[in-house]
Each structure stands twice: as structure tokens, then as C-alpha cells.
Design a protein around this ligand. Structure first.
Ligand code: COS
Length: 383
């Protein structure tokens, strides 16, 4: 479905698809079994521009608009959501936080390395006791002369064991969300420890970790933004992150559609292709509809960002619909495949396992509904 895409946008999408068909699709099942992608693909993805999209050229990025970014995330989601997560956390959540809130020195130091993927970033917001209620986080940063000393624990952190820099949100006062400050913490700092979480349901190819900060000392120059501004930085960044998740989910739905059509047109039962049965076409039509609707919501959000319009609610709607659609589409795709869909000979079982977390992370479906409800009614369900 091509809706007014420019030649550049289409060209990038084709380049991304060709690259991922060659470099990722043949290996994704093995990476899933190994519980790690082959990290040799990371610099190759950076060469193509995946990590530098929407980061300005003056900071080592390739620039580009958010529609192109959405297309890139879709192609990554279609190929392997583990790869999409690596990119959208490192250059998306961490890179965008630095781009919009960093000092000139911080931008010069980190953005070229994140855009080239010579360094990876991770986003340390969630804690064992704080998921949806992110503003109540308990990791603490205490001022000590010219430094800050950070103590706390973070959970379910994508790229956690691979990252060179962790964007850590810590409490600098007891003033709820207004008492949170952001810090760029090099992961080789003394007292910083990352432990990988194994045996996840999906996204097995990406490193998900628990972070422990034992009196980690950083200079004040590692502070990102003003003291007390950390929660707003996290929320603003997550709005763009939700577009990345939504677009990745569009890729999952698209992958389910292609796999289902391919299977249903070659598999015969009762002497004819199963695609000729109306109930199989019903399943495929639902997947096709989900692909179009999710993609249009993601593109609407990307276009709002490109035009400088408010996009937070559009991001919530895109993330909510696309993540639920990805789970639904993968489930439908398995139904089309029958028993063959329940094993790893086809991509649909992995699509379902990978999709399942999308309705949870970067704000659950319930949180997205409450954000949409708050925007529609003016009434805040969180207070
Ligand atoms: N962009 C910028 N600022 C924002 C913002 C956004 N999207 N959302 C909230 N803020 C600001 C508010 O304007 C408010 O500022 P003031 O102090 O100046 O009034 C401040 O942040 C606190 O906002 P709010 O009162 O809405 O905070 P809550 O604690 O009620 O937030 C929700 C509630 C549920 C919205 C928030 O905690 C949330 O999004 N949770 C989900 C977290 C999440 O996605 N976790 C996944 C982590 S990554 S896997």
C-alpha cells in the first residue's frame, strides 16, 4: 500500500527490505534459538542508515523524516522484531532523548556514535516496583560535590548487557514525577552491573537485562536536561518510541499476511488450495485489514511529527491498535497454517511470540486507552 510516498521514501524501503531479506530473514530462527542475534549485523545495519534516521547529519546521522523512520521500523518488524528493538531503543529512545534534551557537548559526544552504532544505548526507566506508574520510580541520585551518586535497580531493559551508555532515570527529590532526573551513565562505570534475562516468550534475539547501580558516580555533566525534568524527558521520548513500536507491529502484521497468502495458495486439502475456502479467506481478509489500518495509524502519527503538530495521542492510538493487531494477526496466521504454524518451519509462531510483548512494553494497552480517554474527556484517570 503506497500512500503518497516520495521516491526517496520508497527507495529506502526497498533498500531496507532487500538488505533484511539477505542478512536477517535466513538467520532469524537460529538467532531466536541462540537467544542472541549475531551482532555482526549491527554495523551493517548502521551502514545502511537504520541507526542514523532522523538524527541530523551534523551529529553523524542521515537525517530523514519520520515517515521514512516508520517504514524502516516496519521492515525491521517484518524481518525480526529483535533487530527492531535494538535500533529503536538505541537510536530512538536514547538518541532522541539526547537530541532533544542534551547539551551541545552531550550531542557531539554521543549522537555520532549512536548513529554509527559503534556504541549502543539502553533506556533505564522501568524498575521491579514501577512499570505503568513510572513516575513513582525509586532509584536515587544524590549530589556529592561536583558528582552524582546513583543507586537503584532497573528491570526489562532492552540492550541492557550490550549497551555502552545507559540513560538512567533516578529520583533526585521526593516530589513524585517532578522529582525525577535523567543521567547518561557509561556502562563501564564502577558499580554498574547488567544481568541478562533469559528464556523470554519472544524477542529472544535481543538482550533484555536487569540493571544494578551500586553507588555509581557520574559528573554533573552526565545529567541530561534539568534537575527534575527527567519524567517529562521519558514521557516525551516514549511518545516517539510508541510510533516505533506501532510501525514494528505493522511489519509483523505484513509478515503474517505474506506468510499466510503463500501458505494458503500452495497447501491443498480436499483437492484444492486452502486459499479457495471462504473461511480461510476470512482469516486472510482480517489480517489484510489489520495491516492497512495499523499502517495508516502509524503513518498519520509520523506525518504529524514531520509537520510539527501534536502527536502524543496519535502515537497512543497507533501503538494500541497496531500491537493488538499484531497479536491478532499472528494468531490468525497460525490458524491459516494449521499444525505447520505451531512449529518453527514457518515464521508465524515466532511472530506471535514476539508480538505478545508489544501490548505490554512502552505503555500497556490499558495505559494507552487511559491516555486516549484523558485526551477525549479531559479527566485524568491516574489521579
Ligand atoms: N510529554 C511531555 N511531558 C509529559 C508527558 C508527555 N507525553 N506526559 C506527562 N508529561 C508531564 C506532565 O505535563 C506533567 O508535568 P507538570 O508536572 O508540569 O504538570 C508531568 O509530566 C507529570 O504528568 P502526569 O501527571 O500525567 O504523570 P502521571 O504519573 O500521572 O503519568 C502515565 C501517568 C500513566 C501517563 C505515565 O506514568 C505513563 O505513561 N506510564 C507508562 C510508562 C511506560 O510507558 N513505561 C514503559 C517504559 S519503556 S518499556
Amino acid at each position: 500500500m503506497d500512500l503518497s510516498l516520495s521516491e526517496e521514501q520508497q527507495a529506502f524501503r526497498e533498500l531496507a527490505r532487500d538488505f533484511l531479506e539477505r542478512e536477517a530473514v535466513p538467520h532469524r530462527m537460529q538467532w531466536d534459538h541462540d537467544e542472541s542475534v549475531d551482532l555482526a549485523i549491527v554495523p551493517k545495519m548502521a551502514d545502511l542508515g537504520f541507526f542514523g534516521l532522523t538524527i541530523p547529519e551534523e551529529y553523524g546521522g542521515v537525517g530523514g523524516d519520520y515517515v521514512t523512520y516508520s517504514l524502516a521500523m516496519e521492515e525491521l518488524g517484518r524481518a525480526d522484531s529483535a533487530l527492531r528493538g535494538i535500533v529503536s531503543v538505541s537510536s530512538g529512545l536514547v538518541g532522541k532523548s539526547i537530541l532533544f534534551h542534551g547539551s551541545e557537548e552531550q550531542k557531539q559526544e554521543w549522537l555520532p556514535q549512536l548513529a554509527a552504532a559503534t556504541k549502543l544505548g539502553c533506556f533505564g526507566l522501568t524498575e521491579p516496583g514501577t512499570g505503568s506508574d513510572a513516575g513513582s520510580l525509586t532509584s536515587r541520585a544524590t549530589r556529592d560535590g561536583a558528582d552524582w551518586v546513583i543507586t537503584g535497580q532497573k528491570l526489562f531493559i532492552t540492550n541492557g548487557t550490550w549497551a555502552d551508555v545507559a540513560l538512567v532515570f533516578a529520583r533526585t527529590s521526593d516530589d513524585g514525577p517532578r522529582g525525577v532526573t535523567a543521567f547518561l551513565v557509561p556502562t563501564d562505570s564502577p558499580g554498574f552491573e547488567a544481568r541478562e534475562i533469559k528464556h523470554k516468550l519472544g524477542l529472544r534475539g535481543q538482550a533484555t537485562a536487569e540493571l544494578f547501580l551500586h553507588d555509581v558516580r557520574v559528573p554533573d555533566s552526565a545529567r541530561l536536561g534539568e534537575v527534575g525534568q527527567g519524567f517529562k524527558i521519558a514521557m516525551g521520548t516514549l511518545d516517539k518510541g510508541r510510533l516505533a513500536v506501532a510501525s514494528g507491529c505493522v511489519g509483523i502484521v505484513q509478515g503474517c499476511l505474506e506468510a499466510s497468502v503463500a501458505y494458503a495458495t500452495q497447501r491443498t486439502q480436499f483437492g484444492r488450495p486452502i486459499a479457495s475456502f471462504q473461511l480461510v479467506q476470512d482469516l486472510i481478509a482480517d489480517i489484510s485489514l489489520d495491516a492497512d489500518a495499523a499502517r495508516l495509524l502509524a503513518w498519520r502519527c509520523a506525518d504529524l511529527i514531520d509537520r510539527g503538530e501534536p502527536y502524543g495521542v496519535a502515537a497512543s492510538k497507533a501503538k494500541l491498535f497496531a500491537s493488538e493487531a499484531a497479536v491478532r494477526a499472528a494468531d490468525n496466521a497460525i490458524q491459516v497454517h494449521g499444525g505447520a504454524g505451531y512449529v518453527d518451519d514457518f515464521p508465524v509462531a515466532k511472530y506471535l511470540r514476539d508480538a505478545r510483548v508489544m501490548t505490554l512494553y512502552e505503555g500497556t494497552s490499558q495505559i494507552q486507552k487511559l491516555l486516549i480517554g484523558r485526551a477525549e474527556t479531559g479527566i485524568n484517570a491516574f489521579t
